[in-house]
Design a protein around this ligand. Structure first.
Ligand SMILES: [Zn+2]
Length: 457
């Protein structure tokens, strides 16, 4: 662990974070071979994965060998947790690889539908997670003395308590106010603690900007916030969203993620209208692969590749996921980054489940949001996609209900609509039908916003 005294050093873990691509891959392969042997020995679920393809851990000599092991889908994972609950009285017994007395924390996903994914961590695993949070914030320029207001959903999901611990680990000060208490409470604590950084979903950030003058008597840009860290939604990689937050808070905007505890990335210090992807900072503890979301066939990790992420925990004890398809779609960047840091980068495009297909065109809610936000402040940016039945196939036209901006009169709507539609046809390659509603029609969500609404039949 690096000494805390040197405030000037650029990276938290200089040795690991500056490794060349070849050195990272060699380290990953070495750790992978140990990890698969460990998983095989300690979990019947992983043992069966090997047995099903007639392989043994010692057969894994390359990444290609490893790609023969079938992926674990979200559904399969859920079924495994249910079976575990039935047989052992908890959902993780079949997947945890460490003895019970070594497990010191159980976390979960926010779990919007069905059983949440449970993560079991040992002391070693908690240390790894803390280290990854420290790497991200240190790169962004956070140092001891900075105050970080954590305005994500707290409790046990990955952006909750584990994130608070990571911030403390690097020596910065966390204010874990959480979004559960509502906007006023978050803004009250901004007033009381003068944070230099805010961590929130982009949509909650937008809501804070709207409500700030009313609650604090000041504009959000006058609060002294220097960093806005986006999490929980893909918007932090979207130039329109980044510009809105950068201008609204007069802050640098970073996108970052800590998906599944092992998959960590952060964008670099760059202007909001630019986005070069998030640098993958946890490659020594997470092997990333990309697969086709439907066939689960492998896709090479090269510049511009898009696919569903599959991850394998490396050097992990508690519940080391192996070839787990979490359902996030990524785009890969492997050309050198202007910031000079090595390694691959990625952008989270959205959930594989949220992808819609309209007349053969793949449409993600985030792309719809991006297109709408181009017209701010004539629109608020809040919208819903209305479906008659669950996707991905949508009978055209795609129906979008959206708020016009506070300064817009009803008589202006026809010309605004023509502008918006023309942009959608050119840039998103669909011709949606728009339904306009007044500002503040939609609730300002404190958690992840669900942009897709299925109509009751
Ligand atoms: Zn960079």
């Amino acid at each position: 662990m690096p000494a805390m005294s040197n405030q000037e050093r650029k990276l938290w873990n200089e040795k690991i974070e500056t490794l060349s691509r070849d050195a990272v891959r060699a380290l990953q392969l070495e750790k992978l071979r140990k990890q698969v042997a460990y998983n095989y020995e300690h979990s019947p679920v992983y043992r069966k994965k090997f047995d099903d393809v007639g392989a043994a851990p010692e057969d894994i000599k390359s990444f290609e060998d490893f790609a023969r092991i079938p992926v674990m889908t979200k559904d399969e994972h859920r079924r495994t947790q249910e079976e575990s609950l039935e047989r052992y009285g908890n959902p993780y017994a079949l997947l945890a690889c460490a003895p019970k007395e070594k497990i010191i924390r159980i976390n979960s996903t926010s779990g919007t539908t069905g059983m949440p994914t449970l993560y079991t961590l040992t002391r070693h695993d908690v240390d790894v997670v803390n280290e990854m949070h420290a790497r991200k914030y240190w790169r962004a320029g956070i140092r001891p003395g900075d105050v970080m207001l954590q305005a994500l959903s707290l409790s046990m999901f990955t952006g909750g308590l584990p994130l608070s611990q990571g911030i403390m680990h690097m020596g910065a000060c966390v204010v874990p106010v959480g979004v559960e208490g509502g906007t006023k409470r978050v803004l009250d604590f901004v007033r009381l603690t003068s944070p230099t950084a805010i961590i929130a979903t982009p949509s909650f950030g937008q809501y804070l900007m709207e409500k700030c003058p009313e609650v604090t008597g000041r504009q959000a840009r006058d609060l002294g916030i220097r960093w806005f860290f986006c999490a929980g939604e893909p918007g932090g990689g979207n130039p329109e969203v980044r510009k809105m937050l950068a201008e609204g808070f007069h802050a640098k905007v970073f996108d970052h993620t800590g998906g599944g505890h092992a998959f960590h990335g952060i964008s670099c210090d760059e202007p909001p209208e630019q986005f070069s992807g998030m640098h993958f900072v946890s490659e020594d503890h997470c092997l990333l692969e990309l697969v086709d979301p439907h066939t689960k066939e492998g896709i090479a990790l090269q510049d511009g590749a898009v696919g569903e992420m599959v991850f394998t925990f490396l050097d992990w004890e508690g519940g080391p996921f192996m070839r787990y398809a979490l359902g996030d779609l990524l785009e890969i960047y492997d050309r050198p980054c202007a910031c000079g840091m090595p390694g691959i980068r990625f952008k989270i495009i959205g959930r594989a489940d949220d992808m819609l297909i309209v007349k053969g065109v793949n449409v993600y809610p985030e792309a719809v949001r991006s297109a709408i936000l181009r017209f701010a402040p004539k629109v608020t940016g809040f919208f819903r996609i209305l479906l008659d039945k669950p996707g991905p196939l949508v009978k055209p036209p795609l129906k979008i209900r959206l708020e016009y901006g506070p300064g817009i009169a009803e008589k202006d709507l026809a010309s605004l609509e023509a502008e918006v539609l023309s942009y959608f046809r050119q840039e998103v390659r669909i011709g949606p039908s728009l339904e306009w509603v007044p500002p503040e029609t939609f609730p300002r969500e404190t958690k992840k916003t669900k942009y897709i609404q299925i109509r009751e039949t």
